[in-house]
Design a protein around this ligand. Structure first.
Ligand code: PMP
Length: 385
């Protein structure tokens, strides 16, 4: 436990606390209300209706048809449907797959599975600033490309990728390609409607927006997919398995709140980011934002000369919870391939800290975290000198 007894949680890109209103919405489905949505008796019918209402709500937010929404166990599964499900369904047109250079492992590793099936996987090139090199990407596009998958917002840096412009080029040069966008870090911050982005499918995870963990959605507006799970034929045969009713109800409630309160999120995350940025120079830290365009909610910084793990440990003891790179990467205890793709020197890569904010973050919390970082940096410098 931290010495001061106070916790400032700034790791919202890893997960967010459940909104009490979301909890209230889903709780009955963990208690007195239960039923398998496939059952014909009233308990089952009520559960099916709850899932239908959630589907309609989620579809409304993204301006898609309810049928386009496939509830999943999270963005990992949704990315598997986007990558494996679409490439397999589309393979008669060719075997080339293009993915972003800084993808989440759930896209990268799913694409790797395709290699075993005879697909060729290439990465979309980056420009000197670390952004997507649209012209170089365009040169990779041709009629035998069956899938392009990339993230809208980077979980590691907060960078926003030019999805719409990429979509325009994909449509012009790769007419058979399906375009999948991992929008896990974008919902509630940017417009994620497929009509806006020009994509065929999207991946989301509820716990990134104050919803429960273990539920998400694959939104699919164009073409066919090969399911990953077969069995009971739920989700119109696209994802067999008894629906996570409480999770789905909670997810829709969280998405509705994230949509309705987007301005609050933008205001709170902007204030938090500004408060931290204002103090970074004092510790010799610098912001990294590959491509130059990002969301306020994710702030990646390099604190030169000190491994991020060490800074993290000291921050943690004082009650500030952040992240040394992305949570999913830290478990593997290896460096993110994104850092290498971006040409970040290994020493700098070891010194990357990520602070991530949400609509519940206060300016005062960000100021406390910045002051704590300043104190920790000074202390560590004193110990080392
Ligand atoms: N994509 C991105 C960009 C993410 O940040 C995450 C969560 N770290 C995922 C996919 C996977 O989400 P989940 O672990 O909830 O399946």
């Amino acid at each position: 436990m931290p010495e001061a007894g106070r916790i400032v949680y700034l790791d919202h890109a890893a997960t967010t606390p459940l909104d009490p209103r979301v909890r209230a919405a889903l709780e009955p489905w963990l208690g007195e209300r239960f039923g398998n949505p496939s059952s014909r008796h009233p308990f089952g019918v009520a559960a099916a209706e709850a899932v239908d209402r959630a589907r309609a709500e989620f579809a409304r937010i993204l301006a898609v048809r309810p049928h386009d929404v496939v509830f999943t166990s999270g963005a990992t599964e949704a990315n598997h449907l986007g990558v494996l499900g679409q490439a397999r369904a589309n393979k008669r047109h060719g075997k080339r797959v293009l993915i972003g250079s800084t993808e989440h492992p759930s896209v990268r590793e799913a694409a790797r599975l395709l290699v075993r099936e005879g697909f060729g996987v290439e990465t979309l090139p980056l420009d000197a600033a670390g952004g997507l090199d649209l012209d170089a990407a365009t040169r990779l596009l041709s009629a035998d490309v069956v899938l392009v998958a990339h993230m809208l917002v980077s979980n590691e840096f907060g960078s926003v990728y030019p999805s719409r412009e990429l979509a325009r080029r994909v449509r012009a040069r790769a007419p058979h390609a399906r375009l999948h966008v991992d929008a896990s870090q974008a919902l509630g911050k940017l417009d994620c409607a497929p009509a806006e982005l020009g994509c065929d499918s999207l991946a989301f995870s509820a716990h990134k927006l104050h919803g429960p963990q273990g539920v998400g959605a694959f939104v699919h507006v164009g073409g066919t997919i090969e399911p990953l799970f077969v069995g009971g034929g739920q989700e119109h045969g696209r994802r067999s398995g008894t629906e996570n009713v409480a999770g789905i109800v909670g997810f829709a409630a969280a998405a509705r709140l994230a949509d309705a309160e987007r301005e609050d999120t933008l205001r709170a995350t902007h204030a938090a980011r500004s408060a931290m940025l204002a103090r970074l120079a004092e510790v010799g830290a610098r912001e990294i934002l590959p491509g130059g365009r990002g969301i306020d909610a994710i702030l990646a910084v390099i604190v030169p000369g000190i491994p991020a793990e060490v800074v993290m440990h000291h921050l943690e003891r004082r009650g500030v919870y952040a992240s040394a790179g992305a949570a999913c990467q830290s478990r593997k205890n290896e460096q993110s391939p994104s850092f290498a793709a971006l040409g970040i020197a290994p020493d700098d890569a070891r010194s990357v800290l990520r602070f991530s904010f949400a609509r519940t973050t206060t300016r005062e919390e960000a100021e406390f975290a910045a002051q704590t970082l300043v104190d920790v940096r000074r202390e560590l410098a004193a110990v080392r000198s």
